[in-house]
Design a protein around this ligand. Structure first.
Ligand SMILES: NC(=O)c1ccc[n+]([C@@H]2O[C@H](COP(=O)([O-])OP(=O)(O)OC[C@H]3O[C@@H](n4cnc5c(N)ncnc54)[C@H](O)[C@@H]3O)[C@@H](O)[C@H]2O)c1
Length: 344
């Protein structure tokens, strides 16, 4: 029988608890260590909350795992094969660097790092490591977005003429999300999901034009961006808006509208989830999506990669780094109120 992959989860906030829940439902994986700097999160007397239904459902009581108050000590644990980094973004670089240096596989929550410079260093470390590393850009695995990427690529509805993405919520609260230095504001923390998806579909844009304003993090917490593609004769019109400045109680929604030569696809996750395709002369089609959220597909894909001895997909990792460069250009565009070219 194949040995189980032994996982250590660092950071038992909203994402750490979401990951714990997923590992508990997976075969071939065992959580052997957990870490949080807050004792109450480590012993389960305080539980983080999610902002979409299905998040943060894990339980520390259900795992028979060694507990560490500092993630760095968990990384030194010889029983851990895979370190899952779910601490705040400002800490990603240090933890990833440390985990790779100790010969661990690493799953790191999005964004890959707090800055493009740190993300580039992680890509370099990954190139020189025999261990696997993945940036948890969950939207790449979210059923409605997997569907969209597929139909853009296979051109079943013709060329994609335009894509408009939106992501809106109220502020999640908590110290991490109230510090631009740590989380990068909604611009880096929330809006990067759409920026990264756009990067995956169409590549790094030539330039961006963004507008936005500051909010509770002290950084840009509401942004709207035009991603400018000018290299081809015909270029897609691509825009995205992200915010966590809505009033308390607003909840969370994400959506896209993609217009193709022969169809219009509209997705909305709010209270319910719907994906509809409109084609002239036909009844609107309701697309049936796979069950579940992107997190479980993403973690399963990474575990499969490790268990089948595949090496890290450096291009995918590099794309996650490039997405941070695009975000930094969006910030520069807001600050200068001008079009900013992307340098990667
Ligand atoms: N993929 C997604 O959709 C998604 C959603 C939300 C957050 N995230 C990302 O996940 C990461 C964590 O977000 P969160 O909402 O779970 O944050 P959080 O603040 O709820 O949780 C982070 C936890 O890390 C702990 N921690 C801090 N320093 C530590 C240390 N040295 N050792 C051990 N534990 C330590 C904190 O005590 C805290 O409990 C961020 O990078 C965020 O951007 C991703």
């Amino acid at each position: 029988m194949k040995k189980k992959l032994r996982v250590g989860v660092i950071g038992l906030g909203m994402m750490g608890m979401t990951h714990l829940d997923i590992y508990a439902r997976m075969d071939g994986v065992e959580v052997v260590a957990i870490s949080d700097a807050i004792q109450a999160r480590l012993d389960g007397s305080s539980q983080a909350q999610g902002n979409i239904s299905g998040q943060a459902k894990g339980s520390v009581e259900k795992v028979n795992a060694k507990q560490y108050l500092n993630g760095i000590d968990l990384i030194k644990d010889k029983n851990v094969d895979l370190v899952d980094v779910c601490v705040g973004t400002n800490l990603h670089f240090n933890f990833v660097q440390e985990a790779l240096s100790k010969g661990k596989h690493v799953l790191v929550e999005k964004p890959l790092a707090r800055t493009y410079s740190e993300a580039q260093q992680i890509v370099s470390l990954a190139k020189n490591s025999s261990k696997n590393i993945m940036s948890a850009m969950c939207l790449r695995y979210w059923p409605a977005w997997v569907w969209l990427k597929k139909v853009i690529d296979d051109k079943r509805y013709g060329r994609c003429l335009s894509l408009s993405c939106k992501r809106q919520t109220n502020h999640p609260g908590g110290l991490f999300y109230s510090s631009e230095e740590e989380c990068g504001g909604a611009l880096l923390d929330l809006h990067i999901h759409d920026t990264d998806f756009i990067n995956c579909c169409f590549g790094v844009p030539d330039a961006v034009f963004s507008q936005g304003y500051k909010g509770p993090s002290g950084g840009i917490d509401h942004v709207a961006t035009n991603y400018i593609y000018s290299g081809n004769k015909i270029n897609p019109l691509v825009i995205a808006e992200g915010t966590w400045t809505m009033q308390e109680g607003y909840g969370f929604n994400m959506s896209y509208t993609a217009n193709f030569e022969k169809a219009t696809a509209c997705y909305l996750l709010d209270q319910d989830e719907t994906l509809k395709v409109f084609q002239s002369g036909h009844e609107p089609e309701l697309v049936k999506l796979s069950e579940g959220m992107g997190y479980e597909y993403e973690i399963q894909a990474f575990v499969d990669e490790i268990m089948t001895d595949k090496s890290t997909d450096i291009d995918l990792l590099n794309q996650a780094a490039e997405s941070i460069a695009i975000i930094e250009a969006e910030k520069a565009s807001i600050e200068s109120c001008s079009v900013v070219a992307i340098k990667t």
